[in-house]
Design a protein around this ligand. Structure first.
Ligand code: NAD
Length: 489
């Protein structure tokens, strides 16, 4: 039986295709657990290629009429969607809170970011500009216009589920595409609720479709479908590589927002209290499940012992739980928790020293104590691989050059931060660190709705999604040349 309800008790969450809830063609369901108490929270439709085909048909049918609407009108509808999200913010945040285990306070902030993204992108309906171009021919008048691509396949991670959906859906739709979201299997109801809000805002049925299910069964056939014009993916580098290969086969456009192993450098002239607060937030907020989390804390030798003691003391005081007064919540699922514990044991076997945390908490839920380690080789596995959890490694360096070298010694290049009071160091670091985003005297963090975000090296494929730069991801530029003939005047 399919139960359609807004309540957050045990619920079956179907796909959302053509404006209707539809169970998976297989008739099968998967269980979603509440990460804070390990109880079944909901069941989600276990979709496969047949559901993908249905969603693509629905999106293809709806897209031409959506693309024909004036961009300003599309913007008005998306503005209304952002307004509905605002009206239902607490309800959405509560679902995010239950599905991820983050506090209501953090879930409200995340929902706020999604709403802001909506309002910003709705405004792009007024600014879907091309350019006017000069020409070598005096009778030629040239310009570019933006055209939609068709149907966008949007595949997302669960760490900030409502923000991840908004980040992709709003720019895809303002450009005149229809969208199919492959929801994160760990946050199915968040995506379902977003689709219901879109219907309430009078988004035409079929313009936004949601597929539930597993990556290999629902995400892979979506990426492989010949009628998907663009795949935009937020997730791990490993999966991103698979998706890129699939899209290369048919030369489909692909945007990849992938992992990070973000360096956080503390120079000897840093304001240490400030640096310590930011380091803890950067490493442990959202239980370290952030692409931008600071997992490599690089500290100058002359302050290493002092700063390490400050970090240890404050880490041990962090509060773990799902209340607003807590600092971090659980991991999203048990598999991820076990993966982290395994990586930690492996690092310890190779000589890493445990400074704080290191264990699963003895209570229900996938809670791990915030963990600090040092005596780790920069070449070891734990220094190179993204962990996506509350584990940070400390490294000792002699000077600025060594800090910069170590910051860049990574397969990833998403965000990077330096703490210093020396403007020349700040400039040198900002210019030379290999990252898509650099921060001075703050934390490694994501973007604001109007700012480009994305990484270099294995953190992405060079696209930038929020901000007006996202329009380049989701539209084609067409050049138009109009030649005048004076004899016709
Ligand atoms: P993941 O790659 O395992 O899964 C992400 C999504 O891809 C899920 O919806 C999953 O079902 C789907 N998927 C899995 N295998 C697939 C396949 N073969 N084909 C198509 N889809 C597939 O990642 P995760 O562990 O869920 O998320 C954490 C990762 O996301 C981390 O690496 C993190 O850094 C990254 N992330 C990046 C950003 C960014 O903006 N750069 C933001 C958030 C998270």
């Amino acid at each position: 039986m399919v139960i359609q309800t807004h309540s957050v008790s045990q619920t079956d969450i179907s796909n959302w295709i053509g404006g209707k809830a539809q169970p998976a063609c297989s008739g099968q369901w998967l269980e979603k657990y509440n990460p804070a108490n390990e109880k079944v929270l909901s069941r989600l439709a276990r979709s496969n290629h047949e559901d993908v085909a249905r969603a693509v048909e629905s999106a293809k049918a709806a897209q031409p009429a959506w693309a024909t609407l004036a961009p300003v009108r599309r913007g008005e509808i998306l503005h209304e969607l952002a307004a509905v999200l605002k009206q239902r913010q607490k309800e959405i945040a509560r679902v995010v809170h239950l599905e991820t285990g983050k506090s209501m306070k953090d879930a409200m902030l995340e929902t706020d970011a999604a709403i802001q993204q909506g309002f910003f992108m709705a405004g792009e309906g007024w600014r879907l500009y091309g350019n006017t171009l000069t020409s070598a021919m005096s009778q030629k008048f040239s310009l570019t216009i933006r055209e939609p691509l068709g149907v966008a396949g949007l595949i997302i991670a669960a760490n900030t589920p409502i923000a991840n959906i908004a980040w992709k859906v709003f720019p895809a739709l303002i450009c005149g595409n229809a969208a199919i979201v492959k929801a994160a299997e760990d946050a199915p109801q968040t995506a379902h609720l977003f689709a219901q809000c879109a219907q309430e805002a009078s988004l035409p049925d079929g313009v936004l479709n949601i597929l539930q299910g597993l990556g290999e069964e629902a995400g892979a056939p979506l990426a492989a479908h010949p009628d998907i014009a663009i795949v935009s993916f937020t997730g791990s580098t490993q999966t991103g590589r698979e998706i890129a290969k699939t899209c290369a086969g048919r030369l489909a456009r692909v945007s990849l927002e992938l992992g990070g192993k973000n360096p956080f450098v503390v120079c000897e002239d840093a304001r240490l209290e400030n640096a310590c607060s930011w380091a803890l937030l950067s490493a442990f907020s959202n239980a370290g499940q952030r692409c931008a989390s600071a997992s490599r804390i690089i500290i100058f030798d002359s302050i290493y012992n002092r700063f390490r003691e400050m970090l240890i003391e404050k880490t041990q005081k962090l509060k773990i739980g799902t209340a607003d007064s807590d600092d971090l919540g659980p991991l999203i699922n048990e598999r991820q928790l076990n993966r982290l514990l395994e990586a930690l044991r492996h690092a310890q076997a190779q000589g890493a020293s445990l400074l704080a945390g290191g264990e699963r908490l003895e209570r229900a839920g996938y809670f791990m104590a915030p963990t600090l380690i040092d005596s780790v080789s920069p070449e070891s596995e734990i220094s190179k691989q993204e962990l996506f959890g509350p584990i940070a490694c400390l490294y000792r360096v002699k000077n600025f050059d060594e800090a910069l070298r170590l910051a860049n010694d990574s397969p990833y290049g998403l965000t990077a931060c330096v703490h210093t009071q020396n403007i020349d160091r700040a400039i040198e670091f900002s210019k030379n660190v290999q990252a898509g985003v650099t921060i001075v005297n703050g934390g490694t963090h994501g973007s604001e709705p109007h700012m480009p975000f994305g990484g270099v090296k294995q953190s992405g494929n060079g696209t930038r999604e929020p901000g007006k730069e996202a329009l380049d991801v989701y539209s084609n530029l067409k050049a138009i040349h109009i030649l005048s003939n004076k004899e016709n005047l």
